[in-house]
Write a protein that binds this ligand. Structure first.
Ligand SMILES: C[S@@+](CC[C@H](N)C(=O)[O-])C[C@H]1O[C@@H](n2cnc3c(N)ncnc32)[C@H](O)[C@@H]1O
Length: 260
């Protein structure tokens, strides 16, 4: 007997026909320097299948990824997809632990980590001055055009929510004392741009990562922040893992911890 087509089947078949259309007529770019890209199949044409499994993407609003920061984040779907896939993999493998982010700014990545903490019923530690770069850390960095001071703890709190979240305000590494010493992490996102806090964060978080945990290091290969690349290369010179590069806008590198 012929299977009855559901609305989801019809949507899927329209999407399958439309998706390659720009490419088949030779449109590969909408703006100089950009390339049109597909979303991962699990978040697009296989979305109905994906939604039947426990995965994080179904429960998040992707607009939070660019709220208040359209210029940087709107075109960086690779980063959002990479972070979502990372959370999904932790869920699938049952690598459950706390989460930390150093460098929260407006909360555009923190909202995803907060959602993962809610899923695992653990804590997302969100560390930032919430007032921009500390002047003491601007040593040896090139002249900066932006110091990330156009944010506040209150605005981040309202985007990210409070459940399973610990907001830690102040200059890292001084603020590390606010994290209970016994915490172990399944995901740590370092996005603080500057050499001193980045190096200190690698020293602090790497030994506290669970086996299978992800250490995500933003800005590694972008060439905007050469001292981030230096901090990462110095730290991993004597470790068993090596950074793997993600082709998002700002050059994320990632390491998965092999042993505790
Ligand atoms: C690029 S922004 C983070 C962006 C955010 N992860 C996102 O993707 O939307 C860098 C942040 O690092 C923070 N930061 C830099 N050095 C810090 C330090 N020593 N302690 C706490 N926060 C710091 C700044 O205040 C700034 O908000």
């Amino acid at each position: 007997m012929k299977k009855k087509r559901t609305l989801a089947d019809i949507k899927l078949s329209i999407m399958r026909r439309l998706r390659p259309w720009p490419f088949s007529i030779g449109v590969t770019s909408l703006w100089p320097g950009t390339i049109l890209a597909y979303a991962p199949d699990r978040y697009s044409e296989n979305l109905p299948k994906y939604q039947r499994e426990p995965g994080l993407r179904s429960s998040i609003d992707p607009r939070s990824f660019y709220a208040g920061n359209r210029t940087n984040n709107c075109g960086d779907s690779v980063r959002l997809n990479f972070l979502s896939l990372t959370c999904d993999q932790l869920i699938k493998e049952g690598v459950r632990g706390s989460i930390a982010e150093l460098g929260v700014y407006k909360g555009n990545t923190a909202f995803l980590f907060a959602q993962l903490a809610r899923f695992f019923d653990t804590t997302a530690y969100l560390l930032d001055t919430y007032e921009g770069f500390p002047s003491e850390d601007l040593v040896g960095e090139a002249k900066l055009s932006h110091n990330f001071s156009d944010t506040s703890l209150e605005s981040v709190r309202s985007l990210v929510g409070e459940k399973n979240v610990s907001f830690i305000k102040g200059r890292f590494p001084g603020t590390a004392t606010a994290i209970p010493d016994a915490e172990r992490f399944c995901l740590v996102n370092l996005d603080c741009d500057l050499y001193a806090p980045f190096s200190a964060a690698l020293q602090y978080f790497y030994p506290r990562l669970l086996p299978g945990g992800f250490l995500i290091m933003h800005d590694y290969s972008s060439l905007h922040w050469p001292l981030v690349e230096k901090a990462v290369d110095e730290f991993f010179a004597d470790k068993p893992e090596r950074p793997i590069l993600i082709p998002d806008k700002s050059g994320t590198a990632v390491v998965r911890k092999t042993v505790s």
